[in-house]
Design a protein around this ligand. Structure first.
Ligand SMILES: O=C(O)CCC(=O)C(=O)O
Ligand SMILES: [Fe+2]
Length: 345
């Protein structure tokens, strides 16, 4: 049987084709975050219960009532479109391999999420929290902190992408409060751990794939995400597939006005696998270019990821040894990006 190696161990993959099945509203539910912006404790508790069910089941859910203005999302997609249309030389000038902090551009096939595959058919631009080069954490060699790299001469690009990052950070704080409630913790439980979060905006462009498709070379190979959770913005071009517990690929098609959120490996570790970090992949068979914008959110670099209160018990010992949040993501980047270990400062 085929498996994919993740940071939390091997996961079985089904044999077979690239076509997904439609997901039902139970399999990938739509949750409304609005109660988290109010003070109705019963409404928050109801959301927390639905969130807990979604996270323990598929680990994927659509999010509405999130409060992020549509214009902020639309501007980020416009920025992605004109960014990727730059000449290749302009993009290579700020290649992520020139940054010790994994910020900048990477081209087609440079990432390989599934070690058994032959590279991912997308190009990307990564930016994260802007931390100056003389910051003590950067000087201490915490590689995931550092300055971003930006393309030259692309008016408004930086401002637009930074505004999107800020909006996603705000949303993440709110979402984490809901996760805390879903885990029976105080709403502000995670707040002391997210003052300087490892939080990356990634612009992605997937060219369409037509004709015979090599299953070992798709938009993004089967993988789990590395951080706590991912907030994905999609336009109207479908491609994303989620592996169900029963081993079927489900289509996670875009829903207008909703983000798609999924649990990542850090949260699976934090919850001792109560919350599912679910395998997913993308295949762009739409015949059109696809742009998507994942936002990966994890806690501060030095946060120890160890089973949270209530997630272990006499019959449920901790499955994973403690690990530093930053060290964990760095180890995953080393496994995934062929340029990360050789990056120059
Ligand atoms: O583009 C997508 O829909 C998914 C991207 C993804 O899974 C990732 O970047 O980790
Ligand atoms: Fe992913």
């Amino acid at each position: 049987m085929a498996v994919v190696m993740t940071g939390n161990g091997p996961r079985a993959l089904p044999e077979g084709g690239l076509a997904p099945r439609r997901a039902s509203a139970e399999e990938i539910p739509v949750l409304d975050l609005a109660p988290m912006f109010g003070s109705d404790a019963a409404a928050k508790a109801a959301l927390a219960a639905r969130l807990r069910a979604a996270c323990t089941d598929s680990g994927f859910f659509y999010l509405r009532g999130h409060g992020v203005p549509e214009a902020v999302v639309a501007a980020a997609f416009d920025a992605a479109r004109y960014y990727f249309a730059l000449p290749e030389a302009a993009k290579l000038a700020h290649h992520a391999g020139l940054s010790p902090h994994n910020r900048g551009y990477a081209g087609l096939l440079e990432e390989n999420t599934d070690p058994a595959a032959r590279g991912d058919l997308h190009e990307s631009f990564d930016m994260a929290l802007e931390v100056p080069a003389d910051d003590p954490d950067v000087l201490a060699g915490k590689r995931l902190y550092g300055p971003n790299q930006w393309p030259d001469g692309l008016s408004g690009f930086r401002e637009t992408v930074e505004a999107y990052h800020a909006a996603m950070r705000g949303l993440s704080r709110c979402l984490l409060a809901a996760f805390a409630l879903a885990l029976g913790l105080d709403e502000d439980y995670f707040d002391p751990r997210i003052g300087k979060p490892l939080a990356t905006v990634r612009l992605l462009r997937y060219p369409p794939q037509t004709g015979e498709i090599d299953p070992r070379q798709i938009g993004i190979g089967a993988h789990t995400d590395y951080e706590c959770f991912t907030i994905l913005a999609q336009e109207d071009v479908p491609a994303l597939q989620v592996l169900s517990a029963a081993g079927e690929w489900l289509a996670a098609d875009p829903i207008p006005g909703c983000f798609l959120v999924n649990i990542g490996d850090q949260m699976a570790r934090w919850t001792n696998d109560l919350f599912a970090s679910t395998v997913h992949r993308a295949v762009n068979r739409s015949g059109r270019e696809r742009y998507s914008i994942p936002f990966f959110f994890g806690p501060d670099y030095d946060t120890e990821i160890v089973a949270l209160p209530g997630c272990t018990g006499p019959d449920n010992p901790a499955k994973y040894p403690p690990v530093g949040a930053g060290a964990y993501v760095e180890s995953r980047f080393s496994a995934t990006f062929d340029y990360f270990d050789g990056a120059v400062g």
